[in-house]
Design a protein. Structure first.
Length: 184
């Protein structure tokens, strides 16, 4: 099985994906990192500036398609993957989607000095993106875990949130699967 983290930029996807992968002793894969590698550029900002956002989204689709069959991995998906159902369909195959939810207020505090995110440069644009994406994160997720409240996570808080994630995944996987017939 694979675990896919989704959420807005700054919600903690990379942070918690790395820690959960370490805890479980499995591979962590960042979709943004793979898309960047495919691009031949040095940063996502450079892809946006020199190629455009559409090119980046095409690279995300290619990456998701390659990860379709991946097993025993934690996948840290970029914040925009929910805007393209094809990407989510590829990623969620044989996986559980975990939405890391954080308020925009906390995200703004976490990212205030981060100049590496091209979509975070325009305050109005990222606020509109947040409003657009929030219902999509909720729709595509199997599990939601709140990561708000703290700008930076202490080791104790990190462990508590990881415990929460693991427990929710276990509860989700222990649920009996319904069949098409049962749904009809």
């Amino acid at each position: 099985m694979k675990i896919i983290f989704i959420g807005f930029m700054g919600a903690g996807k990379s942070f918690f994906a790395k820690r959960l992968a370490e805890r479980l002793g499995i591979e962590r894969i960042g979709t943004d990192e793979l898309a960047l590698k495919k691009s031949g550029r040095v940063s996502i900002g450079e892809i946006f500036d020199k190629d455009n956002e559409i090119k980046f989204r095409e690279l995300e689709i290619e990456t998701a398609k390659e990860l379709r069959e991946k097993d025993n991995a934690i996948i840290d998906a970029g914040g925009g993957v929910v805007e393209n159902k094809i990407i989510l369909d590829y990623l969620r195959e044989n996986g559980i989607v975990v939405f890391l939810n954080s308020s925009l207020e906390i995200i703004e505090k976490r990212l205030k000095d981060d100049g590496t995110r091209p979509l975070f440069k325009d305050k109005e644009k990222y606020r509109r993106l947040y409003e657009l994406r929030m219902p999509l994160y909720k729709e595509y997720s199997d599990i939601t875990v709140g990561t708000g409240g703290m700008i930076f996570f202490s080791p104790d808080e990190t462990e508590k949130l990881l415990d929460n994630i693991v427990e929710k995944i276990k509860n989700h996987t222990d649920k009996p699967k319904s069949t098409k017939e049962e749904k009809l």
